[in-house]
Design a protein around this ligand. Structure first.
Ligand SMILES: [Zn+2]
Length: 429
């Protein structure tokens, strides 16, 4: 019995070895093939040089330098690719970059600007060059083409919906199929044209607004928390005091969420890419919470990175939409959800708004989050809550404790405490 078993086993081993041999041969052939066409295995990284098909946004168009295609040095390509997390020193990757130009010996900014029919100022701004003489041969510059591309690549097109600034967008069909039931479309994202939705519960005249996802895919848990609020309020509408309406805007930055989930609307944690850093920005690569008109600057800080605050305060459509919505809604309180600095932050432009202080205290005491009178970690420019508070729309920022958890019990307690506080305020008035 044992012998028969062993013989059978040996036969299987032989057969297996034969199959292994064929497999190894196949692997060698495949590997040889792959090595010979490495760029084609990295379609996303190559997208920097691929003009978009079905591109609904007319600018900026990408042109390809012979240098880029002839020598696709892996390090250089990955620097230009958006799916990579932003390394602390490579701040330039947070900007849109239709074109990478390597400075040649004898170049100066005027020569380069003339080559691309752009301006010295545009190049300096894009590359954060303070001293125009401080460029050197071999230096990589990001060039924004202001007008018509100087050297379009004929016949080279992508069959995916990748825009020239490397933002990946859903197809128009996907957008059209988005389930908007129960919600109201208040506007659309800057580049991918994805609806931004609001959901209202209760019918009272005093409203409380929640905003998730301003930092899109890098803070996707704030969007899941907002959806959790929506589900909770839908099932517990009777818990809303009669004087109140609760408005939830689950995702203020759909482009940024799509960049790391390939989803619009609802999504699951399992949809999220490993690298989420670039999901922070909108389709124009602007940090939406550096683009509001309080202490605004064209470049802002995010941890060790420099990020774009946009070309002007409220240059970004998502922020125009949110601003106009809140101004029209005139809420008694707005809660802006972020992650993951753990705490409730008061708001105000230059000085703390007393109402914001009160709201932050209510939320902190109920939730258990620590309370801060300002963001502690680095200087913030163009912050939404600070602008809102300055304009007379009391606001607080709630920073979740991680980038994954929604801290449900803490934030549900915060929601209930805010409702109670506001209902008492309304009755008192
Ligand atoms: Zn944030």
């Amino acid at each position: 019995m044992a012998q028969t078993g062993n013989q059978a086993h040996t036969e299987k081993n032989k057969e297996w070895h034969k199959q292994l041999g064929f497999f190894l041969l196949w692997v060698v052939v495949q590997t040889t093939f792959l090595v010979s066409c490495v760029p084609s295995t990295q379609p996303e990284e190559l997208s920097a040089t691929i003009p978009a098909k079905n591109n609904e946004t007319p600018e900026p168009t990408v042109t390809t330098q012979p240098l880029d295609t002839a020598t696709p040095a892996p390090a250089q390509m990955s620097l230009a690719a958006t799916p990579e997390p932003i390394p602390p020193t490579a701040t330039a990757t947070s900007e849109p970059e239709p074109h990478i130009y390597l400075v040649e010996a004898g170049d100066n900014l005027t020569i380069i600007a003339n080559k691309f029919n752009t301006t010295v100022e545009t190049i300096q701004r894009a590359n954060e060059i303070v001293d125009g003489n401080a460029i050197h041969a071999g230096m990589a510059l990001e060039i924004f083409l202001d007008g018509v591309p100087t050297d379009p690549v004929a016949g080279d097109s992508a069959d995916r919906n990748i825009l020239p600034n490397q933002i990946l967008c859903p197809s128009a069909d996907e957008v059209a199929e988005l389930d908007t039931e129960g919600g109201t479309i208040i506007g659309r994202s800057a580049v991918c044209d994805i609806p931004i939705l609001s959901y209202t519960f209760g019918t009272g005249g005093t409203s409380l607004v929640w905003v998730g996802g301003m930092h899109g895919g890098s803070e996707w848990n704030t969007i899941l928390l907002a959806y959790a609020f929506i589900d909770h309020l839908r099932l517990n509408e009777e818990s809303i005091p009669a004087s109140l309406s609760i408005v939830v805007i689950p995702n203020a930055n759909p482009d940024g969420l799509f960049a790391v989930t390939r989803r619009i609307g609802r999504f699951a944690e399992t949809d999220v890419d490993v690298d989420t850093a670039n999901g922070r920005f909108n389709g124009n690569f602007v940090d939406l919470n550096r683009n509001w008109d309080c202490e605004w600057a064209s470049t802002g800080v995010w941890q060790n990175n420099t990020v774009s605050g946009g070309t002007a305060p409220f240059s970004e459509p998502e922020n125009q939409i949110l601003r106009d919505f809140i101004v029209a809604e005139d809420p008694a309180a707005t809660v802006l959800l972020h992650s993951a600095a753990t705490g409730v932050h008061m708001a105000g432009c230059g000085q703390i708004d007393p109402e914001s202080r009160t709201l932050a205290t209510v939320y902190s005491q109920a939730s258990g989050y620590p309370i801060y009178d300002s963001f502690q970690h680095y200087a913030i420019t163009g912050d939404a809550s600070n602008w809102l508070a300055q304009q007379g729309f009391p606001a607080i920022t709630v920073e979740l404790s991680t980038h994954e958890d929604i801290d449900w019990r803490m934030n549900l307690a915060g929601l209930n405490a805010m409702m109670n506080h506001m209902a008492i305020q309304t009755t008192a008035n």
